[in-house]
Ligand binder design. Structure first.
Ligand code: NAD
Length: 355
């Protein structure tokens, strides 16, 4: 054995800025398959901790730890606010999904998930496919999003929830959710954004569409007879509602001053670049639908899915997103707070009662 050496700068957990009394943090190394992973269970106060598994080529394990801690806490809040009897967790696998990920690696990951005895339930996230979850399912039953369990792609449910959220925001601002007189700028026409645009089109809204992929824009324009705008102008067009459905951090000090819409409500995760940006939206009189409240349809579809699917239950729970947002907006108005502050408070209230 080597002489005891002074440890190098360690990957500290308890004093990590993202550590929030997480119940469990598991570091996994399986040399045979090359698996290096971290599973963070933030809270099981409401039930088993559900959260996806992300495969990403993190440059350093500290970045993986940061993601696992931050995203697992985010899942606790998201699941609580969505009214699910589930806690929050997240797994990250340090690997390039295109090069390093193998079936054996995912099976080994499944075996480690199984060791958590159901306190953590895994599912798909960035860099993970249904086939990967099928490999995980060979070693554990604590998994969703496999080809045998569930409703398949969660995006249609995310889109349905976003549409309900847009209607709730319209009711709050305009007193009606009749969208036939409204113009909506949808930024990002991928799995979710395209379907949000379809719902809006069917509700009679006028659409302004944008995506960095021209083919997506052409396809949506021909389907919905909409206008197109360059993606970097999507927030600044003359619209009643701006629906960010692409990437995060699109609401920031550079974009907020140019927003003409009275409502920002879309699917993208982490839309606010900083907490101050939420305050800036409020100061400008723009109603913001907190991202993790409005885009919960996908996690609802994963959480409630069984071998039989349970489509009716999933749809019913997803439609409740509108009512949740109405409560958030009303409380925010009454307390003169930002909607995202109120959303956090509502999630914490549910956790406190469970505790
Ligand atoms: P996706 O990859 O299918 O679609 C994203 C689209 O945005 C693509 O068409 C892409 O070309 C486009 N895009 C990228 N950068 C852009 C830019 N700068 N301007 C305009 N368009 C741009 O992803 P998705 O599954 O539709 O998810 C969209 C957003 O919603 C993401 O932020 C995701 O994290 C979030 N979200 C998705 C789900 C889900 O069920 N898929 C659930 C919750 C949250």
């Amino acid at each position: 054995m080597n002489a005891i050496t002074k440890p190098r700068q360690a990957t500290a957990v308890f004093d990590h800025p993202e550590f929030d009394d997480h119940e469990d943090v598991m570091f996994i190394r399986d040399r045979a398959t090359g698996l290096s992973a971290i599973v963070a269970v933030h809270s099981t106060a409401l039930g088993p901790a559900l959260g996806g598994c992300r495969v990403w080529p993190y440059a350093h394990p500290t970045e993986a730890l940061q993601d696992a801690l931050r995203l697992s806490k985010g899942m606790t809040y998201k699941n609580a606010l969505a009214g699910l009897d589930l806690g929050g967790g997240k797994a990250v696998i340090i690997a390039d999904s295109g090069k390093d990920k193998t079936e054996a690696m995912m099976e080994a990951f499944g075996a480690h998930v199984d060791r958590l005895n159901g306190t953590y339930i895994t599912a798909e996230d960035v860099g993970v496919t249904t086939d990967d979850m099928d490999a995980v399912a060979r070693r554990t039953t604590h998994v969703r999003g496999t080809s045998a369990i569930g409703l398949g792609d969660p995006s249609p449910y995310t889109a349905l929830g976003v549409f309900e959220g847009i209607k709730a925001a319209a009711r709050h601002v305009y007193g009606t959710d009749d969208l036939s007189q409204r113009t909506v700028s949808v930024q990002g026409l991928g799995h979710v954004g395209f379907d949000v645009a379809r719902h809006l089109h069917e509700a009679g809204a006028r659409l302004i569409l944008s995506d960095i992929r021209d083919a997506q824009v052409d396809n949506a324009r021909s389907r919905f007879g909409a206008e197109a705008v360059s993606p970097d102008q999507a927030h600044a067009v003359d619209a009643d509602i701006f629906a960010p459905c692409a990437l995060g951090a699109g609401l920031n000090h550079r974009t907020i001053p140019d927003i003409k819409a009275r409502i920002v409500a879309g699917a993208a995760n982490n839309q606010l670049e900083t907490a101050q940006d939420g305050v800036s939206l409020k100061e400008r009189g723009i109603l913001y639908a907190p991202d993790y409240a409005i885009n919960a349809g996908g996690v609802i579809s994963i959480a409630l899915a069984t071998e039989k699917g349970h489509e009716t239950e999933v749809r019913a729970k997803t439609l409740q997103i509108g009512a949740t947002l109405t409560e958030i907006f009303n409380r925010a108005l009454g307390k003169d707070e930002t909607p995202e502050t109120v959303a956090d408070e509502m999630a914490e209230e549910r956790l406190k009662h469970a505790g």
